[in-house]
Design a protein around this ligand. Structure first.
Ligand SMILES: *[C@@H]1O[C@H](CO)[C@@H](O)[C@H](O)[C@H]1NC(C)=O
Ligand SMILES: *[C@@H]1O[C@H](CO)[C@@H](O)[C@H](O)[C@H]1NC(C)=O
Ligand SMILES: *[C@@H]1O[C@H](CO)[C@@H](O)[C@H](O)[C@H]1NC(C)=O
Ligand SMILES: *[C@@H]1O[C@H](CO)[C@@H](O)[C@H](O)[C@H]1NC(C)=O
Length: 498
């Protein structure tokens, strides 16, 4: 007990979604390694229950739950994360999470009654701008932790704060023109964005919809924070980091990649069958296809992709979720794939079709895997790049379009194969892109080399040995030192322009 007494207390508060909770847990575990902090993760009861089973048994991290009853917010009973609800209710879950404000404020006040202000700091989610406002009022050091990359989030942030694009008379009518492409007024470095790269909740936004109402309150509250942590690496994401430094007049610290290593908690189990299968394949001969736990494609896209995988003649592991229109957890039906597909790939031994969770890191790190066909969710991107695996991008929602854009246009480790959940895809086009990336084409060779360079870059960023500190290690040091030396009210002295 005495050991943690007097240690600064850190509160970590992720949004109610697996893709947010996992990187927050990885960050908490990294902070725990320093042995300098008393760490608490905040969430709602069901997510805490789940977190408890993922926490290593020897961990000293405290899990603290706020009372939350989903049915009080027009959500189905016992649903507390985005995987448990259909897509259109995500905004309701976000709105419901803001009702935790009084409980959160109360907790912070209680801690302050026992501890000095400089002995407490808060790390909160991008959807919890309101926590920054509470922290500012109570004069506590606060940072946002973005589980998204900086470039992707910069495009996303810029789009929202420059809305309403359909609002009559708006000074910056972004997309309400006849142009197919436009430049973000405060982020021209990102160059042209195409209208098909707008997530539906942005392209459908008007002044009164729930998403607009939420984001136009949430995002501006970030200036009440003392900085933003990013699960990213400076060397390939500096453009987006620059945007936030300029926009918020606050530091943006790239501390990634924060990934849960295989073997921790419930993760990393059950890799056996995949490893066995992959062991029988030649080096860099397998395409891994997985759109993440929250995303799926249309029935006709799924048919097209199935046909393309077969025609390409490549080995593949494909994690198939029910197409749009079916419950995400409903039972697999053969008719979703081309006729005889399952039988043919079993006979040829070319493919493995999977319907449940897969040990993604383990698969990506296997020598037989060549390329990852991914929705470009940021956690998947980091897992792929950490293993030096190039990406065939199929972005579907939120900032995934801009992650894909960054990887293709700036970093050179990705080719976009399709866009969105409703576009028409021709299987011939998918085959051509698969061949472009996986075969000995000039582009393919270059991408593999580049992906290997990025893997090395990532290894260097987290290196802390023989007096060498990588960029992510230095950013973490700078952040912790800013948190430790924070003088309440002192942030006024920070100059808003560099
Ligand atoms: C660490 O934080 C938890 C949660 O607030 C608290 O219950 C505990 O007393 C703290 N431990 C120490 C030693 O300060
Ligand atoms: C999300 O909630 C469901 C129950 O509603 C639960 O089964 C699942 O484990 C939760 N996921 C996470 C990541 O907490
Ligand atoms: C828990 O055990 C693991 C494995 O032995 C070790 O790497 C980690 O540092 C330990 N964590 C703590 C907080 O002691
Ligand atoms: C709407 O925005 C949220 C928040 O970024 C995102 O999670 C969701 O995927 C978006 N929905 C669509 C349909 O793009």
């Amino acid at each position: 007990m005495a050991e943690t007494e007097g240690k600064p207390q850190v509160l970590l508060f992720p949004f109610l979604a697996q893709g947010h909770i996992i990187p927050f847990l990885a960050l908490a575990l990294e902070l725990e390694q320093t042995k300098k902090y008393n760490i608490t993760i905040l969430n709602t009861p069901l997510n805490i229950k789940n977190l408890r089973s993922s926490l290593p048994p020897n961990s000293s991290i405290t899990l603290l739950e706020f009372p939350f009853t989903s049915s009080d917010h027009g959500l189905p009973p016992d649903t507390e994360n985005t995987s448990a609800i259909p897509y259109h209710l995500v905004i309701r879950l976000i709105e419901a999470s803001a009702t935790l404000k009084p409980a959160f404020k109360n907790l912070v006040q209680n801690i302050l009654a026992q501890k000095q202000k400089h002995k407490l700091f808060i790390i909160a989610d991008i959807f919890y701008g309101w926590t920054a406002t509470v922290a500012k009022e109570l004069r506590v050091f606060h940072v946002i932790f973005s589980v998204c990359g900086a470039y992707g989030l910069a495009c996303y942030y810029s789009l929202w704060v420059n809305l309403p694009h359909k609002c009559p008379g708006s000074a910056q009518r972004l997309v309400d023109s006849n142009e197919d492409q436009f430049i973000l007024p405060d982020f021209p470095e990102a160059r042209a964005i195409h209208r098909t790269q707008l997530p539906s909740n942005i392209s459908e936004a008007d002044v009164t919809d729930a998403w607009t109402m939420f984001q136009q309150k949430n995002l501006p509250e970030w200036v009440d924070s003392n900085g933003v942590l990013f699960n990213t690496v400076e060397e390939f994401d500096f453009v987006g980091l620059g945007y936030f430094k300029r926009k918020l007049g606050r530091p943006a610290w790239p501390i990634g990649p924060l990934l849960l290593s295989a073997g921790s908690g419930t993760l990393g189990k059950g890799g056996g069958i995949y490893t066995e299968w992959l062991n029988t394949k030649a080096s860099k001969s397998v395409l891994f296809v997985n759109f993440g736990s929250m995303n799926t494609i249309s029935a006709s896209q799924m048919m097209g992709l199935g046909k393309a995988l077969e025609r390409s003649g490549k080995n593949f592991i494909w994690v198939v979720r029910p197409p749009i229109g079916f419950e995400i957890n409903s039972k697999f039906r053969e008719e979703w794939l081309p006729e005889g597909f399952g039988e043919r790939i079993r006979e040829s031994g070319k493919g493995l079709v999977v319907h449940d969770w897969v040990p993604q890191v383990e698969i990506l790190s296997h020598f037989a895997v060549s390329t990852f066909l991914s929705h470009c969710g940021w956690n998947s991107v980091l897992e792929s790049l950490s293993q030096g695996v190039p990406i065939l991008g199929w972005p579907m929602a939120a900032e995934q379009f801009y992650n894909c854009k960054l990887l293709e246009e700036e970093v050179g480790v990705c080719v976009e194969v399709a866009r969105g959940k409703s576009s028409e895809v021709k299987y011939e086009d998918i085959v051509a892109k698969i061949e472009l990336v996986m075969d000995e084409t000039e582009k393919g060779v270059m991408m593999r080399k580049k992906a290997g360079d990025i893997r090395d870059m990532i290894r260097d960023a987290v290196k802390d040995e023989d007096g060498f500190k990588g960029s992510s290690v230095r950013a973490m040091d700078e952040f912790l030192s800013a948190a430790g030396s924070h003088v309440p009210g002192g942030e006024k002295k920070i100059h808003l322009k560099e």
